[in-house]
Design a protein. Structure first.
Length: 222
């Protein structure tokens, strides 16, 4: 491979690795910040305005709805999913077209576990801005239990908090760092090879060795 081309290729790959390293490091720092901190928000505040700076929330000042919609898909006696509307703690009457924070749980097995989670008065949850639509069957079941609820104004969150997987980001940080080192070594190696003077080839035989052998008279010897 031409050394100049190798230098340019190493430079390009090194710049690409630097961009990957910066992006992965930023993602890792952001994930660590989201894991370590949670935004505490009341049920009424969440219904009024969504926080935009964090998806890890700690919901406070709520009261649970009267009916739980739960599913035992595999019929093993433990819940697979449970949905429960939460209302502001100071709300006394519902009226028409009321709305709530609908929490869905996939890690509670029965009503006793759910009540234990709610008794803490602060509920860790995740708010996904792109997942605010209920599946049709769950929507129908909730609408049957809460007939006058305006679901278009409800906020849907997931109960519990699962820290984001940082293994991919950590692998990208390490891989990009090693890539930058490798590209730097290849670039310096080829640059030194270009700049250093090339050694002249050693001549083992004199240029006149191939000339015909002559005697003193200048005639060739046979």
């Amino acid at each position: 491979m031409d050394r100049k081309f190798a230098i340019l290729l190493s430079l390009g790959l090194g710049i690409l690795c630097a961009f990957v390293h910066r992006f992965a490091t930023g993602s890792l720092d952001e994930s660590n910040s989201e894991v370590s901190q949670a935004t505490t928000v009341s049920c009424r505040q969440l219904l009024k305005e969504w926080p935009r700076d964090n998806f890890h929330l700690r919901l406070a000042d709520y009261q649970p709805g009267a009916r739980i919609v739960h599913y035992d898909r595999d019929q093993d006696g433990s819940w697979d999913l449970a949905y429960l509307p939460l209302f502001p703690a100071d709300l006394t009457t519902l009226g028409n077209n009321y709305y709530a924070v609908i929490v869905h749980f996939d890690d509670v097995k029965n009503e006793a576990e759910l009540n234990e989670r709610l008794a803490a008065k602060e509920l860790d949850c995740q708010l996904w801005y792109t997942q605010q639509k209920l599946p049709p069957d769950i929507y129908s079941d909730l609408a049957r239990e809460y007939r006058l609820m305006d679901f278009s104004r409800c906020v849907i969150v997931q109960g519990g908090f699962n820290p984001p997987n940082t293994k991919i980001a950590k692998g990208a940080v390490l891989g990009s760092y090693l890539g930058m080192i490798a590209c730097g070594i290849v670039m310096v190696w080829n640059l030194v090879a270009i700049l250093l003077p090339k050694p002249r080839p050693h001549k083992f035989f004199d240029e006149d060795d191939d000339a015909p052998v002559t005697n003193r008279a200048g005639l060739p010897d046979f």
